[in-house]
Design a protein around this ligand. Structure first.
Ligand code: ADE
Length: 240
C-alpha cells in the first residue's frame, strides 16, 4: 500500500508514523509513505500557500492552487487511482471499521490542513472523503494523518508478528473493549494475577476474558454494547 501525505510538515507525519509496527511495515515493503509540501507548488518569491478569509474573521485559509497542484502531483504517482482524504474535525468519525476499509485500498492521499481551514472549493473538487479522529480541535491535520497511517499500517497483512493479535484487539470482531492482560511476576505488591489465568483450563480462561471484556465495555463504553446483539450466553455472563 502507498500513502501520500500532503502537508506543510510532511516529514513530521512520516517521523511520527515511522516507528514500531509502521516502521516494520515499511521495512517489509507492505507500506510506503511519501510526503508532499504545497509550498513546493506555490508561486512567487514568498511561495504563499494561505490568505485571509473572505467575509473577514481571524486566521488564514489555505489557497486552492498550491494544494491542487500538490494533489495532482501525488495523484500522478502509480498505482492510480488514489482515494483523497481530508483530515478535519468536520469529517466523519474515524473508527476501526473505517481503518479496515482504508487498509484494503492500494493508495491513499491524506490532506492535512493548517490555519483555519482549506478553501471549500478545493475540498469540493478534489476530496473524496473527510475524516475526523475525534471531537476536539488539533492545530493541524498532521497528527490525525499519523493516527490514520498507524491504524491502517498495522492492518496490512504481515505487519504484525502475531497475526492473531489484531483480531483480539478492542473494536475488532465483536466490537467489545479488550480484556485485561497480565505477565510475570505472578505475585507483586500491586496485586496478584487472577488465578483462573493459571488454571490451564482454556475454556474457563476464554469465559473469564469474555466476561471481563463485557464488563469493561458495559462500564466504560455502554454505547458500544448497545450496538451489539448480545447472545444469551453473553447476557448471562454480564448478569453473573
Ligand atoms: N484537524 C484538526 N482537528 C482534527 C480532528 N479532530 N480530526 C482530524 N483532523 C483534524
Amino acid at each position: 500500500m502507498r500513502i501520500d501525505i500532503i502537508s506543510l510538515f510532511p516529514e513530521f507525519v512520516a517521523q511520527v508514523a515511522g516507528h514500531g509496527v509502521v516502521g516494520r511495515a515499511r521495512e517489509r515493503g507492505l507500506l510506503s509513505l511519501h510526503g508532499w509540501n504545497p509550498r513546493d507548488h506555490a508561486e512567487g518569491n514568498y511561495r504563499r500557500v494561505d490568505d485571509r478569509p473572505f467575509g473577514g474573521g481571524p486566521g488564514m485559509v489555505m489557497m486552492i492552487d498550491p494544494l491542487r497542484a500538490c494533489i495532482a502531483a501525488a495523484r500522478a504517482a502509480e498505482p492510480a487511482p488514489a482515494r483523497v482524504i481530508y483530515l478535519s474535525p468536520q469529517g466523519r468519525p474515524f473508527t476501526q471499521a473505517k481503518a479496515r476499509e482504508l487498509a484494503g485500498e492500494s493508495r491513499l492521499v491524506l490532506l492535512c490542513g493548517r490555519y483555519e481551514g482549506v478553501d471549500e472549493r478545493l475540498l469540493a473538487a478534489e476530496v473524496d472523503e473527510e475524516i475526523s479522529i475525534g471531537d476536539y480541535v488539533l492545530s493541524g491535520g498532521e497528527l490525525a494523518a499519523a493516527v490514520v497511517v498507524d491504524a491502517v499500517a498495522r492492518l496490512q497483512e504481515g505487519a504484525l508478528n502475531d497475526a492473531e493479535s489484531a483480531v483480539q484487539d478492542s473494536f475488532e470482531g465483536d466490537g467489545l473493549l479488550d480484556c485485561p492482560h497480565y505477565t510475570r511476576p505472578l505475585e507483586h505488591p500491586l496485586g496478584d494475577v487472577p488465578t483462573v489465568l493459571l488454571s490451564g483450563n482454556h475454556a474457563e480462561i476464554a469465559r473469564w476474558r469474555r466476561k471481563q471484556a463485557l464488563g469493561r465495555t458495559w462500564l466504560r463504553r455502554p454505547d458500544l454494547l448497545d450496538r451489539e446483539h448480545l447472545s444469551v450466553a453473553d447476557r448471562a455472563l454480564l448478569e453473573e
